[in-house]
Design a protein around this ligand. Sequence first.
Ligand SMILES: [Zn+2]
Length: 122
Amino acid sequence: MEGETCRVCGGDGRVGNAFGGSSATCPSCHGSGRRAEASSGFHDVTKTKPSHHRPAVTVSTGPRGPATSEGLQLAQEVNASTVLAADAKTRLIAEIVNHESTHGRCTKTFIKKVRKQARPAG
Ligand SMILES: [Zn+2]
C-alpha cells in the first residue's frame, strides 16, 4: 500500500539544492517521500507578524466562480445560454473569473464581449 507521493520531492524524500549541489531532506515530507497527513495541516508557528494575519474572507467552497455581482450576472447568462456548449461555458466563466482578478471587476467591454458569445447570433 502506497501513501500519496510527496509532490515536493517526488517521493524520494530529498530535494536538490541548486546552490550547494547537494540534496537536502525534503521539508514537506521530512524525508518520508510521502505526503504529510492531510488533516494535520501546515501550521507555520514561526510566523507571528501581524501582517501575516489575513482578514476573514469568505472563501467559496464550491468551484471557482465570479466574485462581483456583474461577474455573477454574466456567469448566469453564460450558463443559461442556448448557443454555447458546456465546455465553452466553462471557458467563458473561467475568463470572467480571470478578468475579475486582473481588473477587479467586469469592464463594460468585457461584459459586451461575453454576452455577444452567450447570445444567439442575429
Ligand atoms: Zn517530500
